[in-house]
Design a protein around this ligand. Sequence first.
Ligand code: GLU
Length: 468
Amino acid sequence: MSNFLASVNQNFDKAAIHTGLPKGLLEQIKICNSVYQIHFPIKVGNEYKVIEAYRVQHSHHRLPTKGGIRFSQKVNQDEVMALATLMTYKCAIVDVPFGGAKGGVKISPREYTPAQLQKITRRYTAELIRKNFIGPGIDVPAPDYGTGAREMAWILDTYMQFKGGEIDAAGCVTGKPVTQHGIRGRSEATGRGVYYGVREAVSYKDDMKKLGLTTGLEGKTVAIQGLGNVGYHSASIFQKEGGAKIISVAEYEGAIYSEDGIDIDALMKHRKETGSIMDFPGAQNMDQRKKVLEVECDILIPAALENQIRNDNVDRVKAKIIAEAANGPVTAEAAEKLIKRGVMIIPDMYINAGGVTVSYFEWLKNLSHMRFGRMEKRFNHNTYMNLVNLVERLTGKTIGAKEREFLTKGADEVDLVRSGLEETMITAYQEIREIKKRKKKVEDLRTAAFISALNKISSDYLALGIFP
Ligand code: GLU
């Protein structure tokens, strides 16, 4: 068993003892229900390459199953199983009515042309269709490390070629481009969810006091590992909306540091122009990219891959709060040490659930065949206009044009998506925090999050009367 899956299951066991649930039921929840391993050939130039790929459905207690597809050279069965497992708990924590799943294709996307990647994605999709491992009511993939909206469009198009007559076909995959049945706000969703979640976590005076911090994000120092979809949007929103100071950033090519803060948009521009985040004006280059994890800061956001904070570097980690934007960035062993030191770990299966939450909204949009806000936006706008007009008439005063615009705006799709996400992240955090407070022996948020997930999942099984 890989360390990753073992680590996830170790955390599960730690929480399970607090639930009082029957052993058989816990075993059923813990195990991966279906593992599909695929090999298929792809012609690259004059030769054939055999591609190894997976789709794992961890839990069928709710359908469809849901989870991203990863393109990475490091993909292996245990990793995909661990990621699928995390998806089940993640969905339960944020009340997204899906079982967990994950897919993986063992390739390094950098080594292929877009045309070759398209061929691989389409063939992978065809294999999933063949085995009934994809469909709006069966299993719904989404982007993950190494994939994005482009790949999702290819998946949908392939699905349509086989199942064109299905009325809900567009709901077979989420994270699609907005023009291809996607939803506004999906690409930023995981990063925005990280922001809402951390903002909520730092809003409690007694919790912050224990960490020696004040409440609020304004002025807090932040270090971020990874500037991909999750890391970039987290960094940008923390900076623009939260007023946080990003002091260190790491990417594939290295890491940089600046005590005065790094302007994320300027950094992205610099990276586009030079091909690297290194030598960014006003920042120092760090000698190793992993050093970002050891920076003295209030909040550390590992937003890359699993197994980043481990036994061999955990003692050098100085952050007071770790927000696990990636899946599994802190090993179970390292987490134990951090918890003992009083570090607050906001766990992956809660803090990065913004992606799947907005995927759920996208899926609902696809099933309803209508954009959110289409019915009520104009109606609300007209109602607010009447109200503002009435206030003006009754007071004899005029409301300025800008203010009027702000007060009378009807919500469109992106406003509703953001508000639904904000509500989801706040409510879930409050649930987890409440469990931690109530159960005196629970000392960390991950265990509390697991308990929240286990309570919800077990009630589905218990309702069936299978486990007395
Ligand atoms: N890959 C993302 C995750 O790990 C999103 C999954 C989804 O939207 O289904 O949560």
